[in-house]
Design a protein around this ligand. Structure first.
Ligand SMILES: Nc1nc2c(ncn2[C@@H]2O[C@H](COP(=O)(O)OP(=O)(O)O)[C@@H](O)[C@H]2O)c(=O)[nH]1
Ligand SMILES: [Mg+2]
Length: 229
């Protein structure tokens, strides 16, 4: 990111923090929050750092519930550079059902470096263009915090989740009173250590999943239904 982009990124975060404080008096109770939201569907944003598995999870849910995928998945970071939406996806569990709008977000990070894309075989000009788009995507993801009713925040359990930007994402969601479910993803991997996610965010329950293998996705539906209906 250039200094200017990084300033505008932090200004957006700052604005969010301010509006978060203003909103503290707003719908504190989760049920009343969702009750009013349910009339126009519940929008669930999938947030987290790049490559945590946001798009894999979105596809897993979307494929399961609608028969269609919704996002491109890649090991190259920032494959998702604009918000991907799938509307009116019906989630069912325990004999109950709710309609949600799924929003797959660009990964949020403070460090977009075009050299990372070059390492994945991209030409310099393409890499620079992609870094610019990725930066725009991050600002879009942060702005969308105003439009979501609840969030899944997903981390890669093989990585250290305790980073400044992850703490800032969770902190902003808390300040805005947006219900969060934290997911520790990639538990199919041998070096997965979901306890690190629990240790980093002890104030939140953590559900262990494998978006790729579909592990515990039924539990995810139960959690969403249990909290939102
Ligand atoms: N082993 C494993 N790999 C995963 C899992 N979820 C995502 N991945 C891989 O992680 C990489 C990034 O996934 P993607 O969904 O594009 O991440 P995003 O940037 O957060 O949207 C891809 O290579 C995925 O195949 C998982 O549960 N287990
Ligand atoms: Mg993605």
């Amino acid at each position: 990111m250039t200094d200017q982009q990084s300033n505008s990124f932090y200004n957006s975060l700052f604005d969010l923090q301010l509006s978060g404080v203003k909103m503290i008096g707003r719908l504190k109770d989760f049920f009343s929050n969702l009750f009013s939201a349910q009339e126009e569907d519940v929008s669930i944003g999938i947030y987290g750092p790049p490559n945590a598995g946001k798009s894999t999870l979105s596809n897993q849910i979307s494929l399961d519930l609608t028969g269609e995928e919704m996002s491109d998945v890649s090991e190259v970071p920032h494959e998702t550079r604009a918000v991907e939406k799938k509307e009116k996806v019906a989630i069912e569990a325990d004999g109950r059902s709710i309609d949600i709008n799924l929003l797959d977000m660009p990964g949020i990070t403070t460090n977009v470096d075009f050299k990372d894309f070059k390492e994945h075989g991209m030409e310099e000009d393409d890499a620079k263009g992609r870094a610019k788009e990725a930066t725009k995507g991050i600002v879009e993801a942060v702005k969308y915090l105003d439009d979501v009713d609840a969030c899944l925040v997903i981390f890669d359990s093989t990585k250290d989740p305790y980073t400044q930007v992850n703490v800032t994402i969770i902190g902003n969601l808390e300040a805005k009173d947006i219900p969060i479910l934290v997911l520790a993803n990639k538990i199919d991997k041998e070096d997965a250590d979901p306890e690190r996610v629990r240790d980093a965010f002890p104030q939140h329950p953590v559900l262990e999943v494998s978006a790729k293998e579909g592990e515990n996705i039924d539990k995810l539906y139960e959690e969403i239904i249990g909290r939102l209906s």
